[in-house]
Design a protein around this ligand. Sequence first.
Ligand SMILES: [Zn+2]
Length: 215
Amino acid sequence: MTESTQAQAQEVSRLLGIILKQVVQVVKNGLRELGWWIHEKVTLLSWAFLRIFDKSTVDGVILVDWVLEQRPFTPEAKTWLRTFVRADVGNLGKQTGGGWFYPALGRVFCYTGQHEAMLHELAHAWYQPRKPRLRKQMLAATLRAAGDTTVRYQGACKLAHGYVYGVGRWDGLMDDENHWEMFAGFASYCMGNLEVLPPYLRKLYVGLFYDWRAS
Ligand SMILES: [Zn+2]
């Protein structure tokens, strides 16, 4: 084998290596996308199925309607949340807050009629089927916001700082990578007003809330 053919063979095998790596990457990405897609569809199918037996209570519908109509949810998000999520409220006349989201059931419960609590739980519900897809971005955006000193976003960044480094005796959310609580936390912090979130965090809420800057 001459030197030039040897160089050619090396070049060909180098190119083949690059192509193979790219093929592996495409397959990996495809499998990951497929996994996310399956997670989303299975979650929504099971919630839709449970709806047959388990409906929202009257108070649950009232509170969800109040929140969806008074905050800048997109029309798609309103339809989606009304279709897949069932709601219940303890005492509509009180405002002390607090609530739960049951991921396996697609159900939210609020102790009182406080809008912030219901918006928070609805954000949990919205995030649940999208969790695997948004996980990395959510953690990265929170970490970035924790070190962001932009005055305009100082409230959100202070919240992010607490999530990452903790506050007092509370360790925060980053140690457990609790990205779903971060998502719902920023949602109820801004109450749908994406103007107060830095752009890299704001983009995670596209589809749920109106992004005035994008329109
Ligand atoms: Zn929560």
